[in-house]
Ligand binder design. Structure first.
Ligand SMILES: CC(C)(COP(=O)(O)OP(=O)(O)OC[C@H]1O[C@@H](n2cnc3c(N)ncnc32)[C@H](O)[C@@H]1OP(=O)(O)O)[C@@H](O)C(=O)NCCC(=O)NCCS
Length: 195
């Protein structure tokens, strides 16, 4: 399954009852959404955000140690001080990075939280020097609105592909579309944003 894998929104919303008070407050402008860098103290909340999507095989649940090891890749969205969104940018090569683990609390999806986190990660991609951002997702409409386009085949040259084969990272294996991970990525769309 793709590290980032995605979902169908209608399925994910069914995972939890919408938080109507929170959604009314967002819509009414009384609530404040902030997006910030993650800290080690966010790992528990990140795992909670991933949990319902992992149950639906939309995202992969990882051991806590994996989130601590990659915590600097993460951005967090807070709604009135509550963690309601997360996402990560994983650099794969000089010019390519991947969006991973982008998740919004199912009770507050559709209010721009995921979009805010994604745009922050795209800013991070620019700052770190990559020129292309990859994602593997079911959320083609959402990513399309942020400039991603579906791609066929590989996003890197044969030389870089060979170098990336040395990676132990499962997400990189999915990026390379290796046979052993194809059952995990079934139905997902490969998308690329050119910065
Ligand atoms: C993908 C995901 C992160 C989006 O999170 P979100 O907080 O709902 O994102 P947004 O609110 O910014 O956008 C979602 C939709 O709501 C719409 N929207 C945004 N703000 C809105 C508002 N104020 N009012 C109404 N609709 C709004 C967006 O246009 C978007 O529509 P689209 O899906 O047709 O493109 C979320 O659905 C999720 O966690 N999915 C499971 C994990 C996943 O698939 N991750 C992606 C791969 S890593």
């Amino acid at each position: 399954m793709p590290e980032n894998a995605s979902d169908s929104t209608s399925e994910t919303t069914s995972a939890t009852t919408p938080d109507t008070a929170a959604t009314r407050a967002i819509a009414g402008g009384q609530s404040q959404i902030i997006v910030r860098a993650a800290t080690t103290r966010d790992v528990t909340a990140i795992r909670e955000l991933v949990r319902p999507y992992a149950a639906e095989r939309v995202l992969i649940s990882k051991d806590a140690v994996a989130y601590y090891e990659s915590i600097q890749e993460f951005r967090i969205a807070e709604l009135d001080g509550r963690v309601v969104g997360c996402g990560a940018l994983h650099v794969m090569w000089e010019d390519v990075a991947e969006i991973r683990t982008l998740a919004t609390d199912p009770t507050v999806i559709g209010h721009g939280i995921g979009g805010r986190v994604l745009e922050a990660l795209i800013d991070d991609a620019r700052a770190i020097g990559v020129s292309r951002v990859f994602c593997l997702t079911f959320e083609t409409s959402f990513f399309g609105k942020h400039g991603f386009v579906p791609i066929e085949g590989q996003a890197v040259s044969p030389e870089v592909y060979t170098e990336l084969l040395h990676s132990y990272d499962e997400g990189v294996a999915e990026f390379l579309d290796l046979d052993r991970v194809k059952p995990n990525t079934l139905g997902n769309t490969r998308m690329l944003l050119t910065l």
